[in-house]
Write a protein that binds this ligand. Structure first.
Ligand SMILES: [Zn+2]
Ligand SMILES: [Zn+2]
Length: 164
């Protein structure tokens, strides 16, 4: 029995040509029927982690011209329910989707150019899953978004301030 989100070909994939059979396996092992729109959305997500629905729609449309934005939203919702994708919602940005699920990783977002990167959870004696007081909750997930300036934006700001 495959545990959703823990198949070893999932995390951090950045392939240009993703094997359709691997994609179909992931969809099946999440308990979903394999359909052309699901395959196309999963492929687009594998190639572009942290994409919003519009960006995925744009990518899917080149592969399946008949697909509607509504269909992409439908696929993303079923993937989310099945635990196949994770949705993150940085303030002021549309929801972003990714295939890296189940590891409680966090995100770092540039306030200037909106670039998003994965950040691993701080591990060791004080994992961020453990709040100072859980108020009796059985905590299952913690989401941290670090905000800042990415290195290229820092370089750009530096240029702006040093050039008169
Ligand atoms: Zn930036
Ligand atoms: Zn991520």
């Amino acid at each position: 029995m495959t545990v959703t989100g823990e198949s070893n070909h999932q995390a951090g994939l950045r392939l240009t040509a993703v094997d359709a059979e691997l994609l179909a396996d992931s969809i099946r092992s999440a308990g979903l029927k394999v359909t052309a729109p699901r395959l196309a959305v999963l492929r687009a997500l594998t190639e572009r982690p942290h994409s919003n629905a519009d960006a995925l729609f744009g990518a899917v449309r080149t592969e399946l011209p008949g697909t509607s934005l509504q269909a992409v939203y439908g696929v993303l919702t079923s993937f989310g329910t099945a635990g196949l994708v994770r949705k993150i919602e940085p303030a002021g940005s549309p929801a972003l989707f990714e295939r890296r699920v189940g590891d409680n990783h966090h995100h770092i977002v540039c306030t200037r150019c909106d670039v998003v990167h994965d950040v691993d959870c701080a591990v060791g004696h004080a994992p961020c899953l453990t709040p100072a007081d859980a108020l009796g909750f059985d905590v299952r997930a913690a989401e941290v978004i670090y905000w800042g300036l990415c290195s290229s934006c820092q370089a750009a700001e530096h240029l702006n301030t040093t050039n008169p």
